[in-house]
Design a protein around this ligand. Sequence first.
Ligand code: GLA
Length: 736
Amino acid sequence: MNITYNEQNRIFKLDTAKTSYCIGIVDEENFIGHVYYGRKLADDNLVYLMRTEEAPFVPSKNNRDRTSFLDAFPMEYTGNGLGDYREGTLSVKTKNGHTAVSLSYVSHRIYDGKPVLEGLPATFGTEAECKTLELLCEDSVLQLQVVLLYTVFNDTDVITRSVKIVNQGKDALYLTRVLSACIDMDNDDYEMITMHGSWARERAIQVRPIMKGKQGVSSVRGESSHQEHPFMAWKKSTTTQESGEIYGMHFIYSGNFMAQIELTQFDSMRALIGIHPENFCWKLESGESFQAPEAVCVYSAEGIGGMTRTLHNLYRKHLIRGEYKDKKRPILINNWEATYFEFNTQKLLDIARQASRLGIEMLVMDDGWFGCRDDDNTSLGDWKVNEKKIDGGLKYLVEEVNKLGMKFGIWFEPEMISPDSDLYREHPDWAIAVPGRTGSLARNQYVLDLTRKEVRDHIFDMVASVLHSANIEYVKWDMNRQLSDLGSCGLPADRQGELFHRQVLAVYELQDRLTKEFPHLLLENCSGGGARFDPGMLYYSPQIWCSDDADAIERLSIQEGTAMIYPLSTMGAHVADCPNHTVGRVTPFETRGYVALAGTFGYELDVTKIPEADRNMIPEQVAMYHKYNDLVREGDYYRIASYRENHFYDCYEVVSQDKKEALVTYIQVLNRPNYHSRRIRIPGLAPDQMYVIENAADWPEIRQTKYSGEALQYAGINVPALWGDFKGRLMHLVQV
Ligand code: GLA
């Protein structure tokens, strides 16, 4: 990794092990242009690539036709309103109502390490691990300073970017758009990858051609959402999992976002990512600054898989924190699908007793333990144990669970308030609402106005007091509705446009306090399943519940999309009951175990009620988890085949960093008659080493021989058809 500045050519060059990123300063206006991003180059003299004079009608060195210049020039970070008609990154509104802004280079700093982004989640690294470029630019008319921050890392091929805006003028102004990153480049027959979904079917991968005009994904729901994901990539149409070029942008943020590619009249592309400008308006008083969240930019010449492994390494090493960062997580059993709201101490202890005998390590008490919450109509905000259900009290329950050798975890939904709650009766103004308007309920609840300190403090104290009252070692932090009816009694009229972002900052502050006050706590984020599975939340919790849909077959595509950009160690995945509670499908218990193994692993069923044959399989699954989880958490992930694409089977692999072992998961969704065996190539192994498939004793077609890593990668093996639908196998390859 390195960052250099060539003074003569006025070119910055940021290098990672395999990529280079170049920025140039041009013309007397000191515009900051994007020169190059891609494969690593030794050359830093790429100034010839800067198109300062090419656009139609453009004598660029003077102002005769400035709009044509601005409308074609590849900007690192754009202004607004002066002739760059593409959608941009920054807009303002001055006290006179003007919106124009234009940025010019002033100075720069290059230093070891990386600054913390105040109040925001962000990647981190030591001085030895990363280097940062700070580009200071300004609009001298507005006296607005903009600091562009770029960081490169020594062990992963990403460039992270963020932006800080400082108002040095004497008047307040309003920021109406502050995106975090822009990449302008020529189109090269790229197609776009984004992720889409809904409740119970999050993060389905979609690939589409890039057409003229604007295309992208966004959320204005107050969270990163089930529906679209704060990530996009663009790749050549020939790029596959293991070869070809791909670029990606990912946003470390949990609220409204936009990620967009605009293909222009000149067939150049502008890729943007940042906070969605809709309903965003931030008042910046004189002397104040605004810090935009961080964006991750990634380039790989080694296919989609190259991008995937780069992001996995970045998040494992430079984003996830805390005690469980590199640690195996306890196998948990959660009572939600087992009991829903109908449980009491006895019922939970019955489950725990049975579970502990089978090797399960933690009981998680889900929704329904507080206030008078016997259904989802009531009590959010009243975080006091309902001793009618939890007879004997929480401390007693936890102690009994601990006596069984199990840990205890608990569910909260701290951001919410039920209209039927003591909290609402006492503080109706604590809910986000527009005065005079009947608020829209979702799941019978409102969102608490966490932009108000007294509300945050109250909620934090209630949650903390429950956690202090017993030996609670895990929290599932849920968030079960999206925001609407935006209005805060705590903000003046000209700051209502800050509510969405302030709410996200408040959630970050609360989770920061929680993890500081309870440093040993395992925190799992959740939002109606996986509606807030994003890098922002990963900064606070090493794992996130992936989806409320735990059906093994539905999970294939949910986990495929998730694992394309997130480490397997972060994906909350459980073996659930059958017929599945979301889709009614019946799948073998064994297969459910294989699919959950790709994530954190646990159970979501009533272990006292499931068929005995299934129950008897649990100790085997527990052993399987203990045997493979280090590999799953730490290994390199390869996507081999996608059920989403082929409609028959799914296959993926994790390879240990030293390439001594690998685990291939093969799920045959549908069996078909008259098929011969299926050829599967197994990438990522050491080509010159020999491997055996250690767990294929009962599988004559597979167990027969030693395979070379090279043959496995390029020729593959023949996997015979499995008898029946929804069947699976694990193949554990071990170097000999
Ligand atoms: C959300 C979560 C579920 C469960 C319920 C409880 O839907 O995703 O796992 O905790 O809330 O109400």
